[in-house]
Design a protein around this ligand. Structure first.
Ligand code: FAD
Length: 431
């Protein structure tokens, strides 16, 4: 047994870890089991207290890539960053890049991840041609929109519970190069954000807002809006360097004061108002990957991420109420992302993306006060028919989950009898 954590560094559980190195080997019979990708989920969706984790990072082989059609087949432990490194020099890119490229293909499918282009491209599942699913019974299912279609839909966003995805075929998208051109501009309140999102989603592939969570009064809802498109550019290929956060400080430097200061400086910096910006794709799409192990910044108690989606009509009233509660709680967040999702229905039974606006915030773990704040945000999300993202969650109640994802009971028909997760046991308790 060894202690396992996910990106939020909380909770910590004792688990047995078995590396999977050969995709043709039968799965071990070590119930309850769960596949572990690269641990970039924030909470317990990739944890299995007292059980077994099948670690799949060694399933990292490319199987085929057709540079004419952009169809790629690889093992499920391949990282999205490794796909980009192989295909971008040949003019192909990920159809859906989430906020970090350090996630595996299996993890991207199991959480049906989304990116800054959701309004155009939907989520990861929309670009999957097929995948192979290994079951503990020894059976292998080839799943595609027209083959075992029900297993296809249950496994996309299926939280790793239907078995182990061993390989996947993806349709990549053509891009002219490594650069993204667009602009960034300040917005001073939420109506300005909504107007910018509506106007930009028509002309821009990528759109995202950063929000000042420490702002209150007439500054409530201010932030910076960024948008961009892939660009044909004659700049030489660039490799952005990453730094590593060196250690876990005994006490987190993320305090009310540092959050307020950071937010003020970020809002005011000259780059927040830039009419003709050109970014390297890594800087624009994966800014956090430039500081490896940044989660240590939150100290040994770790942190929570709260990501919700609020339906369009209700978001205009629910968002200010959430921001007021956060400001009152004095537990502001450094990284706040606001994004308008598109209307393309997700393919997965339990996929998170749905029409509306999604808000994501990080909070240092201060124990009960933080849990109470998050539960009060849940009360707002529940009241407007929204949902919270399981990939980012370590604490939502069974009641909340079952309201957010009414199809959870249907997923049970597809769960591998030898598979389970800490998340699933927590959110399917009766309440
Ligand atoms: C900085 C940062 C930014 C992020 N930004 C975004 C974002 O913009 N959009 C977004 O959607 N998400 C985002 N995420 C969340 C992240 O994309 C997801 O949590 C993703 O699923 C993590 O993949 P992983 O390979 O690390 O898998 P893990 O976290 O290890 O596992 C995630 C789930 O996938 C299952 N799984 C993994 N591999 C397999 C397999 N081979 N077969 C079956 N199940 C499997 C696991 O059992 C688990 O349920 C972000 C995370 C971070 C740290």
């Amino acid at each position: 047994m060894s202690t396992g954590v996910s990106w939020g560094l909380w909770p910590r559980y004792e688990q047995r870890i078995i590396p999977v190195t050969n995709r043709f080997d039968p799965l071990p019979q070590a119930a309850p089991m769960l596949v572990f990708g690269n641990g970039r989920s924030y909470g317990d969706v990739c944890l299995n207290a007292g059980g077994t984790l099948l670690a799949t990072r060694s399933l990292d082989r490319f199987i085929s890539f057709d540079a004419t059609s952009g169809v790629l087949e690889c093992e499920a432990g391949v990282l999205l960053s490794e796909i980009i490194a192989l295909t971008l020099p040949r003019g192909w890119f990920l159809p859906v890049p989430p906020g970090t490229a350090l996630v595996t293909v299996g993890g991207a499918i199991a959480n049906d991840v989304h990116g800054k282009n959701h309004h155009r491209a939907g989520s990861f599942g929309h670009h999957l041609l097929s995948f192979e699913l290994r079951r503990s019974s020894g059976e292998t299912l080839r799943c595609a929109p027209d083959q075992h279609a029900d297993w296809f839909g249950a496994t996309i966003g299926g939280l790793g519970l239907t078995g182990m995805i061993s390989t996947a075929r993806l349709q990549l998208r053509r891009v002219p190069g490594e650069w993204i051109a667009g602009d960034s501009q300040r917005f001073h309140n939420l109506p300005e954000f909504f107007a910018l999102a509506a106007q930009s989603d028509v002309a821009y592939e990528y759109t995202v807002g950063w929000l000042d969570s420490a702002a209150s009064g007439d500054k409530l809802g201010r932030g910076v809006f960024m948008r961009g498109n892939h660009l044909q550019h004659d700049a030489p290929p660039a490799r952005e360097r990453s730094l590593r956060f060196p250690l876990t400080p005994p006490i987190s430097p993320v305090t009310r004061l540092s959050v307020r200061l950071f937010n003020e400086l970020y809002f005011r910096r000259p780059a927040s108002q830039h009419p003709h910006a050109i970014w390297h794709y890594q800087r624009f799409l994966f800014p956090l990957d430039r500081l490896l192990d940044w989660n240590r910044l939150y100290g040994p108690r770790g942190f929570f991420q709260y990501q919700c989606v609020l339906p369009g009509a209700e978001a205009a009233s629910a968002l200010p109420e959430m921001l007021r509660r956060i400001a009152r709680s004095r537990q502001g967040s450094l990284l706040v992302v606001l994004k308008q999702f598109g209307n393309l229905p997700s393919l997965g039974l339990l996929s998170f993306p749905r029409p509306g606006v999604t808000l994501a915030l990080d909070f240092p773990n201060r124990g009960e006060p933080t849990l109470q704040l998050l539960e009060s945000l849940d009360a707002i999300t529940r009241s407007v028919g929204g949902a919270v993202y399981p990939a980012k969650d370590a604490r939502m109640s069974a009641q909340s989950f079952q309201q957010y994802f009414p199809a959870w009971k249907r997923l049970q028909d597809y769960i591998d009898p030898k598979f389970s997760s800490s998340f699933w046991r927590r959110v399917t308790r009766s309440w």
